[in-house]
Design a protein around this ligand. Sequence first.
Ligand code: NDP
Ligand code: X2W
Length: 360
Amino acid sequence: MPKTVATTLRTAVAGVSGYAGAELARLLLCHPRLVLTPPMFLGRMDGPGADGGSVALTSLHPQLSGLANADNLSVSPFDWDQLQREGIELLFLATPHEQAREWAPIALAHGIKVVDLSAAWRLQEADNRAIYKLTDSDPAAAATLQAEAVYGSPELHGPAIANARLVANPGCYATSIILALAPLLRANLADLDCGIICDSKSGVSGAGKTPSPGTHFMYAADNLSAYAVFGHRHTGEMLEQLHLTTEQIQFTPHLLPIPRGILSTIYVRLNEVGSIKKIQDCFDEFYISSPMVRVRRSPMLPQIQHVVRNNFCDIGFQLSPDGKRLVVISCLDNLLKGAASQAVQNMNLMAGWHESEGLL
Ligand SMILES: NC(=O)C1=CN([C@@H]2O[C@H](COP(=O)(O)OP(=O)(O)OC[C@H]3O[C@@H](n4cnc5c(N)ncnc54)[C@H](OP(=O)(O)O)[C@@H]3O)[C@@H](O)[C@H]2O)C=CC1
Ligand SMILES: CC(=O)N[C@@H](CCC(=O)OP(=O)(O)O)C(=O)O
């Protein structure tokens, strides 16, 4: 049966006071389909305000003042009854993983679809999920829901996302690497016996707004440091989405002293001597219907300045003179294509709208 296309959608955002939530608020406020039905913005259950009450959206995020009707909107304590009274159809969870693991099943039980920006529902394999130390009050129900959850990469799973109740928005590093490698792997161009090396660098907002010793200005400024070598939690997403083993892909993230943006440099041995045309065609054909991925013409390479504060993932490559080694560069804004704008792309697909509505 053809999917019914809604004219608008009643949305709500939990975790709006965070970095990803703020970007989501900005995108949804300006979304052409939501002009007459602005999202509901939600804080914790005990309220965004110190007294447990509501606060003005623009007191939390003064940068949103003047955008659409941002100045008339408030952020309320999270309350399932209120979500139902307001007729919310889609809930964005921009909260910590644990909260999203608990709230997604409750939302679905209330008939509310979910786009979860956390990692709570991204990983099908329990071994890959273990790194997040999630607990379920009803493990059997969680397992059923986990199997139903769709990994929210519109470029890979568009039709499944369109029909999903629970979409697990991908991780930021994972998005940059999966989008760079999916075309090559689908065309069987990579020599997997040689292994693929992924070296990524991220701005500090990737770690969220709560400061830690590793994101403190005195540590991050004027610095570049590797972390989570052989153990970053996004590796599982790469393994599952690209159908690789741990021997076939090696991922090392680094912290860059900039607020936002990710650049991934990916080293691939080719199965046979390649040509620039063959590789270019491989990427161009894969992304021909993907408005949020910009495939650059070799030898032009993506850079962080080209994607910061926009919704694209840029992909470019260069081939070695002997045609056997490929370097792919992938760039995105971790808070946008790595989080909030990818979530809006998923909402568009779930509502039956064009995936780029409100994003171009
Ligand atoms: N930052 C990034 O680049 C990316 C982040 N993500 C994921 O998106 C989610 C949000 O990330 P980010 O915005 O960076 O995180 P932040 O730490 O900046 O924000 C977290 C948000 O969650 C809220 N929150 C915390 N605990 C609870 C709770 N118990 N109940 C309800 N709300 C709660 C916070 O509210 P309060 O202000 O009251 O503390 C805040 O609004 C995370 O799951 C993260 O892993 C995904 C991709 C990229
Ligand atoms: C710089 C930095 O610390 N980045 C984060 C990536 C965050 C992200 O993508 O989000 P999820 O936690 O939802 O997977 C990290 O390495 O854990």
